[in-house]
Write a protein that binds this ligand. Structure first.
Ligand code: LLP
Length: 421
């Protein structure tokens, strides 16, 4: 459910016309709906309400915009971060340090130090080596770092290979059969407080069974650790729940997910931690674009839009589908290939797709672009960094400026010696 709807024949975000935003800000531009974000945050929380102790840490990577983070902070969300940059964003948004989980397979020494300094609530360790390094850093600072050990359960999430993280061949976590020994060794180190386990098997998960299998395996591990007298008070079950990208597509709902978790983990006597990203932000945003021109093609017309793979990378990277709809649909449709202006063939949003008929100058949106959209944008082909807008009822505001190519050019310099004869 979202708040992007046709009103008087024109697509609106809540009460604001997308055409009006495009007129004032230009295109391409991401537009987020506050009401949709709040609703998703509340629905996810309600889905877990049967569980006694829950901590929800929003996966900042899915949408790190400061206004989005502030909104989620006000909804009582913590944050799951994977870099010092994300940590500082979460803190700047008003999320308390103890509500932040620091994940990530390659946290640097400097990042570990900064996170201990900030008083981060939990480090999700991805290796014994990382744990040893953190122990040394924390002990030297006279601190104790609360930690969970991320385990690779060797379960196939059944999602796109590039966003699957829970198979033995993936780089994440420690091997399942080595986890008990590693946990025991880390628990003996001064500077660390080993308090739990973490798992995350992938993203855009559309079938709950692999997650259920992974959680069952984590429950077994938890019992084995407790059997050895080791404390396990926190179990971080990660994120990954998918969202519908195509109109009418049916996926497990947060309620289905919550029921599955309650069935598997309801009696674990641990704080259950979650790291949802896409399910909160995905359907809360669209990417508004203008059709540059429509060019005749060998099979179908090429609809060339002013958004490109640098603004929305998902189709080029994961062959991802984003619904494309006109802002002022005429009721006519066409079969087309939708592409951006970038000089490579991967800059393709859709092939042989039936879409609203569009012509040069028309506005359209890519839907479900609130997660892994703006955050993955770059400036390839010396294009601008795409701006972001948030709508709230009939109000709207720019929440990230367009960063012009001239600003990026100004950060570059030619060394003097290059101009010497
Ligand atoms: N926790 C951990 C440890 C993660 O690695 C991720 C996502 C999440 C939580 C949040 O997962 P979510 O609930 O959003 O599925 N760029 C890709 C997605 C990459 C996901 C990486 N990790 C895409 O556009 O599909």
């Amino acid at each position: 459910m979202d708040h992007f709807e046709l009103r008087n024949g024109e697509l609106h975000a809540e009460d604001v016309s997308l055409a009006e935003i495009a007129r004032q800000v230009g295109t391409p531009v991401y537009v987020y709906s506050r009401a949709t974000l709040v609703r998703h945050a509340q629905v996810f929380r309600e889905a877990l309400s049967a569980l006694p102790k829950v901590h929800i840490a929003f996966a900042v990577k899915s949408n790190p915009n400061l206004a989005v983070l502030r909104l989620l902070a006000k909804e009582g969300y913590g944050a799951d971060v994977v870099s010092e940059g994300e940590m500082n964003r979460a803190l700047a948004a008003g999320i308390a340090a103890q509500d932040i989980v620091f994940s990530g397979v390659g946290k640097t020494r400097a990042e570990l130090k900064a996170a201990v300094q900030a008083g981060i609530g939990q480090f999700n360790l991805e290796s014994e080596e990382e744990g040893a390094e953190l122990a040394e850093i924390a002990a030297a600072m006279g601190r104790t770092a609360p930690c969970a050990l991320r385990v690779n359960p060797n379960v196939d999430a059944g999602t796109h290979a590039k966003i699957s993280t829970g198979k033995a061949e993936n780089k994440f976590g420690v091997a399942y059969d080595r986890a008990v020994d590693i946990y025991a060794r880390l628990a003996a180190l001064p500077g660390l407080e080993m308090r739990g386990l973490a798992v995350h098997i992938g993203s855009q998960i559309s079938d709950l069974e692999p997650s259920r299998q992974a959680f069952l395996k984590m429950g077994e591990l938890m019992k084995a650790l407790r059997g050895r007298g080791l404390a396990v008070t926190h179990m971080d079950l990660g994120g990954g729940l998918g969202v519908p990208y195509k109109a009418g597509e049916q996926l497990p709902t947060p309620a289905d997910y919550g029921a599955m978790v309650a069935e598997v983990a309801g009696d674990w006597d641990a704080t259950l931690m979650f790291e949802p990203g896409r399910v909160i932000t995905g359907n809360s945003g669209v990417l508004v674009t203008e059709v540059v021109r429509v060019k005749q093609g060998a099979n179908h017309p090429w609809v060339i839009v002013d958004a490109a793979m640098n603004d929305l990378a998902r189709p080029a990277m994961y062959d991802a589908w984003h619904d494309f709809v006109a802002v002022r649909p005429s009721g006519e449709s066409m079969i087309a290939n939708i592409v951006g202006p970038i000089c490579e063939s991967s800059d393709t949003f859709a092939l042989t797709r039936t879409i609203d008929a569009v012509k040069a100058g028309d506005l359209a949106v890519f839907r479900t672009a609130g997660a892994y959209g703006a955050t993955m944008a770059n400036t390839y082909n010396s294009r601008a960094l795409v701006p972001e807008v948030m709508v709230d009822g009939d109000k709207w505001a720019l929440v990230a400026n367009r960063i012009e190519p001239a600003t990026i050019l100004a950060a570059e310099q030619v060394p003097e010696w290059l101009d010497l004869p």
